[in-house]
Design a binder for this molecule. Structure first.
Ligand SMILES: [Zn+2]
Length: 466
């Protein structure tokens, strides 16, 4: 993780409204309780497709669903080798899912609280009442304490440890396969662990309820962002201004807060030619709904010219940002405002996005495009502030969020987690095919074997050198 962690976990839960609240008090006047999600703590709504996806993973592995119908669920991205998400339901962390790139597989990691939602039907063991106390103290479960082991259990699996009366005594890792566990007379069957308990209070609610519960929170966040703009815009107010718009939720919330607290500005959209179709649609929708001018910069040709020379960009060799974004923007400023011209951009950067973003300033000059002055009005917002604000405003957001993709921008971005690229591939197979064809042709021309693309090596080349 490294470095100081500057973000307080803001996520709370109201057990009267059954919604998340980003404060210790709900708009209904109830006190809320903190939800101890893993930092940086940038939880976001689980949309219907996310819920289906998570439930399918749990159904396949444990014969249960983990997100009940009608309840609000959140996903919280946890730092991991690839993609890992905590699942929050009823104000409790009820489990997680984790992508294992080498296996191409999403692993379900339930917490004991999950068994309060639905009883698991697979991958469970039943233990003797006599063993419960010692196991709860974190001592290991020995063979004589085992009453039943589901035949689906394999060594290394996460399994539910249930009592005879059907209460979950913990989630543990199996040390042996089911057939071996049944024959054991001594030794450890599972590896126990201390789980940090979390309070699960079920109850139905909608996202409209969540917006109401956070009315004060949103009003306060909006006002603070307005004050930030008022306090910092002074020296730059004579310059041309726009809101950098990517088609993502953060740039949308930035656009809304700038319109609501400062003034209506044009949006600046850079079309790299690698955007999702829904991003193009969203740019049009937003323009239409708010009657906005759009400064559009296109950089498709530049990308493919450099691709010929350098091959696909990689995680630590992201020449694409300079080629498709920074350089076209620098040229745009010079062409429109002259060599010494400057412009102001409102940008949807937020500190809760990642640990590295925590340290970024809120007003800065782009290090490559020195004549771009950047301001980040929603720097202190979490993803949940952003979403609740978008819901409150009834703003048109990128449809792809409804289909399980939570980051916009270039569809093949090599910096993405493998788990996210797999998702994108399943939602937009035709885009992925285009990319695969382009990279394959380049590989052929450069004598590189096919496995280089399939293994994902194209994304990670040069990592070791960094
Ligand atoms: Zn409430």
């Amino acid at each position: 993780m490294g470095g100081l962690y500057h973000g307080k976990i803001l996520l709370h839960w109201c057990d009267s409204c059954h919604t998340p609240v980003l404060s210790d008090r709900c708009a209904c006047t109830s006190r809320t309780r903190a939800v101890q999600v893993t930092p940086p703590g940038d939880a976001r709504p689980a949309f219907p497709d996310d819920i289906e996806f998570v439930n399918r993973i749990y159904e396949e592995q444990f014969g249960m669903s983990i997100i009940p119908e009608g309840q609000i669920a959140l996903l919280n991205k946890v730092p991991d080798n690839d993609r890992m998400e905590e699942i929050v339901v009823g104000g409790a962390i009820v489990g997680a899912i984790r992508y294992l790139p080498a296996k191409g597989y999403w692993e379900a990691l339930p917490r004991p609280e999950a068994a309060l939602i639905e009883k698991p039907k697979r991958r469970l063991i039943v233990i003797d009442d006599g063993a419960v106390m010692s196991v709860k103290d974190g001592r290991s479960l020995l063979a004589p304490g085992l009453v039943f082991c589901d035949p689906s259990v394999r060594e290394g699996d996460e399994v539910f440890m249930m009592t005879k009366s059907g209460i979950c005594a913990g989630v543990v890792r199996a040390k042996v396969d089911a057939d071996k566990a049944g024959k054991m007379e001594r030794g450890q069957v599972v590896k126990t662990r201390k789980n940090v308990p979390s309070t699960y209070v079920p109850g139905k609610a909608t996202w409209d309820d969540a917006v109401r519960a956070n009315a004060d929170v949103l009003a306060k966040a909006e006002k603070a962002s307005g004050k930030f703009i008022a306090d910092h815009i002074g020296p730059y107010e004579h310059l041309p201004m726009s809101v950098s718009y990517s088609g993502g939720k953060d740039s949308l919330a930035t656009l809304l807060v700038v319109m609501n607290t400062y003034q209506k500005l044009p949006i600046l959209y850079i079309d790299t030619g690698l955007e999702f179709p829904s991003t193009e649609e969203n740019v049009r929708d937003v323009q239409r709904q708010y009657d906005l001018a759009c400064v559009r910069i296109e950089s498709r040709d530049e990308f493919w010219q450099d691709f010929e020379l350098s091959g696909p960009p990689a995680r630590d060799n992201r020449w694409c940002c300079r080629t498709t974004k920074l350089e076209p923007l620098r040229r745009h400023i010079i062409e429109n405002y002259g060599e010494d011209g400057e412009l102001v951009s409102f940008i949807g950067q937020r500190k809760y996005e990642s640990f590295s973003r925590m340290k970024n300033p809120r007003v800065w000059r782009n290090s490559y495009v020195q004549n771009q002055v950047c301001l980040a009005p929603i720097h202190t917002w979490t993803a949940l502030h952003v979403w609740l604000y978008i819901f409150r405003e009834n703003a048109p957001f990128n449809d792809l969020y409804r289909h399980g993709v939570d980051r916009m921008g270039c569809y093949m971005c090599p910096a993405s987690d493998a788990g996210v690229l797999e998702k994108i591939k399943s939602v937009h197979p035709e885009l992925w095919q285009e990319w695969e064809d382009a990279v394959s042709l380049w590989m052929e021309n450069n004598g590189i074997s096919k496995s280089w693309f399939e293994s994902g090596e194209w994304r990670t080349r040069g990592d070791d050198a960094a």
